[in-house]
Design a protein around this ligand. Structure first.
Ligand code: ZN
Length: 332
């Protein structure tokens, strides 16, 4: 028998109209003896219809989803929709408030904490609540990521290859409806504990994104997120209107195997030799890494292990052994 969640919503999740409130998680600590973590949530409902669960801040330093969903929560009206939209802009709220990928409370990486535990750490408790109480309510789930402080991506919506081909087709159709400049069939190096994995295993239509990164955002990337969120709600039959495609169309990408990922095998000063969106051939020089301790040492050079488009790169000027240096995806 699974324990009940310690989290309680301060608003009804199933009533018509707009309700802004919190998921309240008791958390006793030095600066607040009987305190709680208050995770903002908005539920907009208008009669019977499909439910969309829109999530951001799964990682606390990925700002496209955070901005777009805080904005949507303030602007969406019940009269515009049929059904229900559950907006959770900052899933890992403590991480969001510390501008970090993981939680400052328990070092919890939300996207490695699913399905979560009702009697676990703060991050595990939040994951458990989302998985057991919100995901079952949803017909479609959109989780908006970007690269955070350490990575930067070309803007893409993504779906995964799934064992159930009918479900995969639903997810691919929703990914294309999002209307990002790129649409990626994404390979995960380690899918254990991911929100994506548990939502897909629950049979839901699921779309994720990588819309930028670097621990900040841009007007262009926010516009892509805003348009994508709206398109997903129209695609789900919740919002009226026409799906607005990307002005540049969407380029289909694939990550067929782990040769797409290049990890750094040195620590040092990073010189990118290609930029995001560049096309590379196998063997092209993609980066140099310099010894930080002395001048006059030849840099370590990295070459493209495959042909494709530079879809992700290490963002910071310094790099460590094991960091993801570059991701090269195949253009379909
Ligand atoms: Zn993320």
């Amino acid at each position: 028998m699974t324990k009940p969640s310690p989290i309680s919503p301060t608003i009804p999740l199933d009533q018509d109209g707009i309700h802004h409130g919190f998921l309240k998680l008791p958390y006793s600590r030095d600066d607040s003896a009987w305190g709680a973590v208050m995770i903002p949530i908005t539920v907009v409902r208008n009669g019977n219809g499909p439910t969309a669960l829109l999530t951001g801040g799964n990682h606390g330093d990925e700002y496209e989803g955070l901005v777009s969903l805080f904005k949507l929560a303030e602007s969406l009206s019940a009269g515009e929709i049929t059904g229900r939209v559950i907006i959770l802009p900052a899933m890992n709220y403590p991480a969001f408030r510390s501008a970090s990928r993981t939680s400052p409370i328990d070092a919890g990486n939300m996207n490695r904490s699913f399905p979560g535990k009702p009697d676990g750490t703060v991050t595990q408790k939040i994951a458990d609540y989302i998985f057991r109480y919100l995901v079952p309510e949803a017909d479609i789930v959109l989780d908006i990521h970007s690269g955070g402080k350490t990575l930067d991506f070309i803007p893409f919506a993504a779906a995964h290859v799934l064992p159930d081909k009918e479900q995969e087709a639903r997810c691919v159709a929703a990914m294309k409806a999002f209307g990002a400049p790129y649409s990626m069939m994404m390979l995960e190096l380690d899918a254990v504990g991911m929100f994506d994995t548990v939502v897909e295993e629950a049979g839901k239509t699921f779309v994720t994104t990588e819309l930028g990164g670097g621990g900040s955002t841009t007007a262009e990337r926010i516009a892509i997120a805003d348009r994508g969120v709206r398109n997903i709600l129209i695609h789900a039959g919740i919002l009226k209107g026409e799906i607005e495609p990307s002005p540049t169309g969407t380029t289909m990408l694939d990550m067929p195997d782990d040769r797409c990922f290049v990890a750094s095998e040195a620590s040092g000063l990073y010189e990118p030799c290609v930029d995001l969106g560049d096309m590379v051939k196998e063997g092209d020089l993609i980066a140099r890494i310099y010894d930080v301790e002395r001048t006059g040492t030849p840099p370590r050079e990295y070459y493209a292990p495959r042909e494709g488009i530079v879809s992700c790169r290490h963002f910071q000027g310094l790099i460590k052994t094991g960091d993801c240096l570059i991701v090269i995806a195949e253009v379909l």
